[in-house]
Design a protein around this ligand. Sequence first.
Ligand code: TXA
Ligand code: MG
Length: 334
Amino acid sequence: MDTKLLTEKDIKVAADIIKNGGLVAFPTETVYGLGADALNAQAVAKVYEAKGRPSDNPMIVHIGRASDIGQLTPRLSPDIVALIENFWPGPLTLVVKRKSCVPDRTTGGLDTVGVRMPDSKIALDLITWSGCPIAAPSANLSGKPSPTKAEHVIEDLQGKVDAIIKGPDCRVGIESTVLDVTGDTPTILRPGVITAENIEAAIGKKVAVDPALYVNRPRDVSDEEFKPKSPGMKYKHYAPKADMTIIEGSRDKVKTEIERLRVLNERIGNKVGVILFEERAFIEAAHDFFAKLRELDKQEVDLILAGAMSDTDGVGFAVMNRMLKSAGYNIVRV
Ligand code: TXA
Ligand code: MG
C-alpha cells in the first residue's frame, strides 16, 4: 500500500486481517508498530515469532478511544484520568492493573498491562475498524533499531507478516514514555518525549524514574533496585551492525575527539560514521536517531562515533537512553 494511494478501504482490509488473528505493521506517531488482536493469545504469539522476540517481554496495548481503557483495567485513579486528559492521544503508555481478559501472552505474564492511545489517524482507524485493542511492539526485528519509516519495516518484516501499511514517516521517532501508575508514585520505566516535568505539571506531584535508567548508578541505589522494572529494558536493543562509541564532554572537546578517532580509524582502513546532533536539538535528535543508525548500517560502516547529548533535559535523557543502549553503554568521557 502506498501512502499517497492509501484509502479507507485499504485500512479496512488491514483491520479485517487483525480481526481474523493476523499481523499488520502500521505507523504511529512514535515508531511503526507490529499489531495483533491484543485479546487473542494465538495472534499475539505470532508477533513474538515474527520479531524473534523473547516471549516474557510484555506488549503495549493500543486503543482507539480513551474510554476503552475500561476494557483492560478494573480501576482508574485521579492521576490516570489527569494523564489521559493531558496526553492522549499521544506518546505516553500507562502501565495499569490488568483485567483477566488480557492474556498472559500479551502481558508477558505480568498482572499489569501497558496501554496507549496513539496520535495517528491511520493507527486509530485501524484499531477502531478492527474492533479490538491492538497489541503492538515496535515493528523491527528484535535487537534492531526501531522503524521510523515504512522502508525500515519492509527491510525487517516483509514476508513475515500479513500486511504492512506504508504510511508517513513517524513524527516523534522514539518510542512512547512508559509510566507505571499502579503505585502511589508514578514511575517512568522508559523515557520518551513526554518528560517527568510534563507529567509532574499535569498531576501536581513528583514522579520517580526507574533507577535502572541511570548509567551512572546513584550511590544510594541498591543492586536489587538497579534491575529494570520494565522487562523490555534488559534486552540488547537498537544495536547497529557497527561498533559504536559515545563521546561525552564539552562540545569542543567532543568534536576534537571524534575527529581524532575518525582519522585514526580511517588510517587503518575502517569506515567511520559520525552522529553529532546540534547541541540542544533534542526533538530533532529523537526524530532522526534510529533512522541514522539504519542509514549507517546500509553504508556498512565499521565504527560509529556519536556525540552525547545533555541528559539534564527530559527529551535529551530519552535520546541518551537509546544512544547508550545502541552503543552497549560504551561511553568515553573527554
Ligand atoms: O511508542 C511505542 O511505545 C511503540 C509504538 C508501536 O506504540 N511501541 C513500543 O513497543 O515501543 P515495544 O514492545 O517495543 O516496547 C514496549 C516497552 C517494553 O520496554 C516493555 O517491557 C514495556 O514497554 N512494557 C509493556 N508492558 C509493560 C508492563 N505491563 N509493565 C512494565 N513494562 C511494560
Ligand atoms: Mg521495541
